[in-house]
Design a protein around this ligand. Structure first.
Ligand code: NAG
Ligand code: NAG
Length: 189
């Protein structure tokens, strides 16, 4: 009887999720990613003001991934696992706009910064900035992974393979920046 009621309720709620706060979180995250994407650094030695701005823009992206994770949790019905929270129109919007574009804006700019070796040397030579960047980029990597996991389990199946691919692309790149070819974090992030 209880099980039957659960199924009946599920049928009622599947079209009724209020995803507006989540989409607001995506706009905020995309704006923060664009701000970070505008950051550049190409002088040596380090300019602390410039490094400070970049560090805080990375932290903003990390915090906004966290906010998106919380808004996803807030729309999911309690005790019902893996229900698509988005209808196809919304999933399409995420698939064509927010999810790949935000991730690409951030990853591309980390790539651009990495291409200017002075950036990594500057950070690696400045212990407090090194701590800050290892923490900030490490958090961003973790929040991205958790966000993508949350998004995958709450989306229609057709979108899951591409988002899983984006997730593994991000994990691959963050791992490089946090280990062999970026910041000398020594496993601490
Ligand atoms: C999908 O959900 C949005 C609200 O988030 C709604 O405006 C739209 O009409 C829905 N589309 C379909 C096809 O159900
Ligand atoms: C999502 O976007 C990717 C990349 O553009 C595309 O290959 C994929 O087919 C899209 N998924 C759906 C279900 O539309």
């Amino acid at each position: 009887m209880l099980k039957f009621m659960g199924i009946a309720m599920l049928a009622m709620v599947t079209t009724a999720f209020d995803t507006s706060n989540f989409f607001t979180s995506q706009v905020n995250l995309q704006n923060a990613a664009r701000v970070f994407a505008g950051d550049s650094y190409n002088t040596f030695p380090a300019d602390p003001a410039q490094l400070g701005a970049i560090a805080s823009h990375i932290k903003a992206c990390s915090d906004l991934y966290d906010a998106a994770i919380i808004s996803l949790a807030a729309i999911s019905p309690l005790q019902i696992q893996h229900v698509p929270l988005f209808n196809d129109t919304e999933a399409q919007l995420l698939n064509t706009t927010y999810v790949p574009a935000t991730q690409l804006a951030i990853l591309n700019n980390l790539n651009i910064l990495q291409a200017g070796k002075a950036f990594f040397e500057s950070v690696n030579n400045a212990p407090l900035f090194l701590t800050s960047f290892c923490h900030g980029v490490g958090s961003l990597a973790a929040e991205t992974r958790v966000f993508m996991n949350s998004l995958i389990v709450s989306s229609p199946v057709a979108y899951q393979p591409y988002w899983a691919q984006l997730q593994s692309d991000a994990a691959f790149q963050y791992n490089i920046w946090l280990t062999e070819d970026g910041f000398n974090c020594g496993g601490k992030f």
